[in-house]
Design a protein around this ligand. Sequence first.
Ligand SMILES: NC(=O)c1ccc[n+]([C@@H]2O[C@H](COP(=O)([O-])OP(=O)(O)OC[C@H]3O[C@@H](n4cnc5c(N)ncnc54)[C@H](OP(=O)(O)O)[C@@H]3O)[C@@H](O)[C@H]2O)c1
Length: 298
Amino acid sequence: MVYLITGSNGLLGQKLLQKFKNIDCEIIATSKGENKNPETGFYKYENLDITNKTRVFEVVNKYKPNAIINTAALTNVDLCEDEKELCDHINTIAVGYLADVALEVNAHLIHISTDFIFDGQKSLYDEEDTPNPLSYYGKSKLNSEKLLFNHNCRWSVLRTIVIYGVGKNLEKNNIVIWAKNQLEQGNSINIIDDEFRAPTFADDLAEACVQTFQNEAYGIIHVSGKEMMSIFEIVERVAKFYNFDTSLINRIKSKELNQKAKRPPKTSFNLEKAKRKINYSPKSFLESLNIIDKQLLN
Ligand SMILES: NC(=O)c1ccc[n+]([C@@H]2O[C@H](COP(=O)([O-])OP(=O)(O)OC[C@H]3O[C@@H](n4cnc5c(N)ncnc54)[C@H](OP(=O)(O)O)[C@@H]3O)[C@@H](O)[C@H]2O)c1
């Protein structure tokens, strides 16, 4: 088996590399920049900007993978409001290149989408619920899904919510690691208490990607953590886990942040399809904190 990962420098990309390390397969890690993964030797690395169509076809045809897992994206939601063309190219148009080449080499394309395709009014979303993105990022991801619905390649879309976990040299820090670092240094932090999410442990999501391929589970699957909580509660639970001073955490409202992009107030997923199709069994938030704590020691 040959697996090709795009965006292998990102959090999910790094976790996928670690997952595949324990599986008998050939791994092709690709990302836009230089390789940021600390471990090398058990995979090949290729520079691949997924917006470069020629290069996408060249790299994929070189290795003819059985699966392409697309974790590459412009994930800065506010930047997407300002850089709409770039956002469209990375989050939508490039997915079309990957789908075209997947069809050519008969690879299973596993693409990652987001809860931000929903408006957050319903809070617990099924795969069949009607999307209504509030942000350009959400629109670009929804457009990537629509592109796949009409494509003849073998595709899966895993929609997910707020990914957290331990990575190395990451461009973007995630809420759990960021909050731990801030509170550890005794910094006071302002955290919103009016947005609710079911945060997803990156290690669980990486396992879901592997299972999606191994079970030939096509179509849309919702994959997230199983507990919905406010962003404030996420941070508070991190603080309590590490016995940090919770008075350092100030409650604020989302409108005080003056963010460019609108966010859905409440998102969590019905995980029944994921359980049925890919044996998805996410860790509890507390279990994931215990694992993160051990990973940080290494
Ligand atoms: N993070 C979340 O909370 C969240 C929530 C819902 C859905 N998602 C989705 O989940 C997926 C993985 O998210 P993540 O948090 O692991 O992302 P991430 O840490 O932001 O990593 C994304 C990676 O994509 C790479 N990339 C950016 N533009 C590229 C391009 N043109 N060509 C190739 N690679 C490019 C970057 O690699 P370089 O470092 O090499 O530039 C970056 O490391 C994304 O599709 C995201 O939209 C994320």
